[in-house]
Design a protein around this ligand. Structure first.
Ligand SMILES: Nc1ncnc2c1ncn2[C@@H]1O[C@H](COP(=O)(O)OP(=O)(O)OP(=O)(O)O)[C@@H](O)[C@H]1O
Ligand SMILES: [Mg+2]
Length: 268
């Protein structure tokens, strides 16, 4: 069991030269959060609340201004193969075919060509793209590209998957299918997951826990345990879960939490 921990983390971006009146920007403040291997923690918050910044900290692309981020007690000092990132836009390498995209992290690790191609193929099989290995990236649909991105993330056998709106660019039908897919893949991989999403529905459906990030500066203001993830993995259909009264009630509750600051903000 691995644990990703944020302890009293704050983040400030430096003032941007040339922008009038703009001082240092406090983006995150007092963030305390733990993600364990058996969890999928969904972070929800409005645009600009600092969700991507939070994920970039976990990925090691940014360093906190104060506080610490650790994986199993060891401080995160930069990007590492123990934490794999999947972005909203697939960010695949267009000059490589699907298989070589998936194999790329293995190349970085020095795995020999034959072995990495075989392992990439096994990963493509797992994400339902057994026949797509030779295809160019531009020959794949959006949903297929995201599955290649997820297969690539899994290639390094990370301890944590860091997912920033991974399904945000997909149409509603594909998105529902990919939500089921993501839950299955996450469970099979044994990795913990931090999922950033705009969608309250998606957060509730996929998260074992949902945390709310409130803006200016970003603080975690609410935390909810959700059991729908387990229901879907046990075979319940996503449509049936979403239609259930308890799902609707929790959805309404979360919506209220996320929008509770609106009046003060308008008055300010
Ligand atoms: N590199 C940067 N330098 C300065 N300010 C930044 C930088 N990156 C983000 N910000 C600011 O920090 C705040 C939080 O941005 P962030 O991208 O983390 O929000 P978000 O919750 O992911 O938003 P969205 O839902 O739109 O993706 C925003 O006000 C943004 O303008
Ligand atoms: Mg973002």
């Amino acid at each position: 069991m691995s644990i990703l921990t944020f302890r009293n983390v704050s983040l400030r971006y430096p003032p941007q030269p040339g922008r009038k009146g703009a001082g240092e920007k406090r983006v995150l403040d007092g963030i305390n959060l733990q993600v364990a291997s058996d969890e999928l923690v969904a972070v929800i918050g409005r645009s600009g609340s600092g969700k991507t910044s939070l994920l970039n900290l976990a990925a090691g692309f940014l360093a906190p201004s104060t506080g610490t981020i650790t994986v199993d007690g060891a401080p995160v000092r930069g990007p590492g193969a123990d934490r794999a990132v999947v972005f909203q836009d697939d960010a695949l390498y267009p000059w490589l075919d699907a298989r070589d995209n998936v194999a790329f992290p293995l190349k970085l690790k020095g795995v020999p060509l034959g072995e990495r191609r075989a392992r990439a193929q096994a990963l493509l099989d797992r994400v339902g793209l057994a026949d797509a290995g030779d295809r160019n990236i531009w020959e794949l649909s959006g949903g297929m590209r995201q599955r290649v991105g997820i297969a690539r993330a899994l290639a390094a056998e990370p301890r944590f998957l860091l997912l920033d709106e991974p399904l945000g660019a997909l149409d509603a039908l594909t998105r529902t299918r990919m939500q089921e897919f993501l839950l299955r893949i996450k469970a099979e991989s044994g990795a913990g997951a931090l999922l950033i999403t705009h969608s309250i529905e998606e957060a509730l459906l996929l998260g074992t826990r949902v945390v709310v990030l409130s803006p200016n500066p970003g603080r975690l203001t609410a935390e909810i345990e959700a059991g729908f993830n387990a229901e879907v993995r046990a075979g319940a259909s996503v449509a049936a879960v979403k239609a259930s009264p308890i799902f609707k009630r929790m959805h309404a509750g979360l919506t209220g939490l996320i929008h509770s600051g609106d009046d003060e903000e308008l008055a300010a």
